[in-house]
Design a protein around this ligand. Structure first.
Ligand SMILES: NC(=O)c1ccc[n+]([C@@H]2O[C@H](COP(=O)([O-])OP(=O)(O)OC[C@H]3O[C@@H](n4cnc5c(N)ncnc54)[C@H](O)[C@@H]3O)[C@@H](O)[C@H]2O)c1
Ligand SMILES: CC(=O)N[C@@H]1[C@@H](OP(=O)(O)OP(=O)(O)OC[C@H]2O[C@@H](n3ccc(=O)[nH]c3=O)[C@H](O)[C@@H]2O)O[C@H](CO)[C@@H](O)[C@@H]1O
Length: 472
């Protein structure tokens, strides 16, 4: 155990009693800084502000800072978030700044919630994490606690974060605490998740870091705080959760291809199979998007030299579902005798090339995020084959559409008048629940089992039986 230093507001190795620490944390005497105020960071900063009464949010995007300091939330469709940001900014328990070093100098708890992406080579890109760590190091003090909420490859905290903090701050590694406390939060229910939908996982680089982090999260969550043996286990818990999901979805997608081959309804088969407790097959679809599930397998395969066929194969199956969806679309067009096919290669053919409407472009229903969205490779393949691709997505703003050069934006209410040859449901936003499918007068490929079987329209399903001749 390192010497007892004068730690000011810090909780790491403090001489104060536990009750006094809790009182200090919830009474605004332990200043918090949260680095990264995006879909996950802003809800987290708002809850920290609500509990601690003294939280500064740090982001590099000036627009984010200005929005928050007006008391507004730039993160949409998060129940309760707009009100919580407004309330915590109004009572000054939440402030936002781009000056991370100044925030770090004042803070005693530093919470990292920046993105952890991939390089083009499929290896973990920790550049944003490193930048946040360097900012913290500028203002790190003895007794501070650094919490890594971002999802990172296992061993990142011990092998990268701790040495970098010590090197950049000049402090002895024993002078401050570091803990991996991974975000286990789903967009669309972030506040509920942060406050306790699931137990909170906490793993420190030493016992004192675990203790201090567990005390903080015991004040934040209504659920259990699960203390792991070390930071690496805590990091692995989060990555394993995500990898489990990617592999399970790959199984569902592979079973969908078998169901198509046997002309059976994969959804019915999976639903019935899942009625016994040892089976939890996920849902097939046109692919796996977002910056979590398709990324986390690379936090193992791209970080450790292990002989692994499973995770890459699951990734290939999931990424292959865009091709599979396009091939089903081609078969559907052929079954409906739509002229032109999707292999137009001359001007005349292009005139006959099908006009395909993609409903739902973001990676997941009701979430405004295009990263790794399955709609993107589907649109690319259709455009390359000469088709005209139109898209409807109420989650996207003008800035998003500017990035989608392969897809022509149309509005949902006018889409049926756009002379559509085929409709593909890629992401089933709530807005599509009231669509009059027959109004398109075109065959529909339902990629997400979103259209009720009773619908009076020619609906084909990824992994589902093709419509009976009556619908031809
Ligand atoms: N989105 C999800 O559903 C989800 C769920 C759980 C965990 N996570 C994890 O949460 C982390 C963040 O994801 P997100 O969805 O909030 O990302 P996001 O892209 O919505 O937001 C990231 C924010 O961080 C800011 N930022 C980047 N570098 C910074 C720096 N050096 N200092 C301060 N701010 C910086 C960006 O400007 C942006 O505002 C990732 O590790 C992700 O894996 C995401
Ligand atoms: C804390 C955290 O990191 N939370 C993550 C977050 O992950 P996420 O927001 O990226 O969402 P996911 O739901 O995993 O979807 C990802 C893609 O997979 C497609 N998909 C999904 C299910 C299925 O059966 N078949 C599919 O094809 C879907 O359309 C989308 O494109 O929430 C999940 C719980 O929702 C968590 O488990 C996951 O750890």
């Amino acid at each position: 155990m390192s010497q007892q230093l004068d730690h000011g507001a810090g909780l790491y190795n403090t001489e104060r009693s536990e009750p006094a620490q809790r009182e200090a944390f919830t009474g605004g005497d332990v200043p918090v800084a949260v680095y990264g105020l995006g879909k996950m960071g802003l809800p987290l900063a708002a809850v920290y502000a609500d509990v601690s009464g003294n939280t500064v949010g740090v982001d590099i995007d000036k627009r984010v800072i200005e929005t928050i300091n007006r008391g507004d939330s730039h993160v949409k469709r998060e129940p309760g978030l707009a009100d919580l940001v407004s309330e915590t900014v109004a009572d000054d328990s939440l402030r936002a700044t781009t000056d991370g070093s100044a925030a770090a100098a004042d803070a005693a708890v530093h919470v990292i919630m920046v993105p952890t992406l991939l390089t083009d080579e499929g290896t973990p890109d920790l550049s944003m994490l490193t930048a946040a760590v360097d900012t913290i190091a500028d203002g790190l003090s003895a007794g501070d606690l650094v919490i890594v909420e971002s999802t990172v490859p296992p061993r990142t905290t011990v092998d990268h974060v701790v040495p970098r903090l010590a090197e950049q701050s000049g402090l002895d590694p024993d002078a401050f605490g570091v803990a991996a406390c991974p975000e286990r939060t789903v967009s669309g229910q972030a506040l509920a998740d942060i406050r306790g939908t699931h137990p909170k996982v906490v793993g420190g680089v030493d016992a004192e870091s675990t203790r201090a982090a567990a005390l903080i999260y015991d004040e934040i969550t209504d659920n259990e705080v699960l203390e792991t043996s070390d930071a690496t286990i805590a990091e692995a818990v989060k990555v394993f959760e995500g990898v489990y999901r990617d592999v399970n979805i790959a199984l569902a997608n592979q079973l969908a291809t078998y169901a198509d081959a046997m002309d059976a309804d994969v959804t019915e088969a999976i639903d019935v199979a899942n009625t016994q407790p040892f089976c939890e097959i996920h849902t097939p679809g046109p692919g796996v998007g977002g910056h979590c599930i398709p990324v986390y397998p690379y936090f193992l395969t791209g970080a450790f030299d292990v002989d692994d066929d499973l995770l890459p194969t699951a990734r290939a199956v999931n990424d292959g579902m865009a091709d599979y969806t396009v091939s089903m679309l081609e078969a559907m067009l052929a079954a409906h005798g739509t002229e032109g096919g999707t292999d137009a290669d001359t001007e005349a053919d292009t005139a006959d090339a099908p006009r395909v409407l993609l409903l739902g472009l973001t990676y997941k229903a009701n979430i405004a995020e295009l990263r790794n969205a399955p709609s993107l490779p589907i649109a690319r393949q259709l455009r390359a084959a000469g088709a005209t691709v139109l898209g409807v997505d109420p989650m996207l703003d003008d800035e998003d559409w500017d990035e989608l050069e392969d897809i022509e934006c149309v509005e949902l209410d006018t889409a049926p008048t756009q002379n559509i040859d085929a409709v593909v449901v890629v992401t089933p936003h709530d807005e599509f629940e009231t669509v009059d499918w027959a109004a398109f007068e075109a065959p529909i490929l339902d990629g997400r089992q979103a259209i009720p079987p009773t619908t009076d329209a020619p609906v084909y399903r990824v992994g589902g039986p093709w419509p009976d001749p009556a619908h031809e």
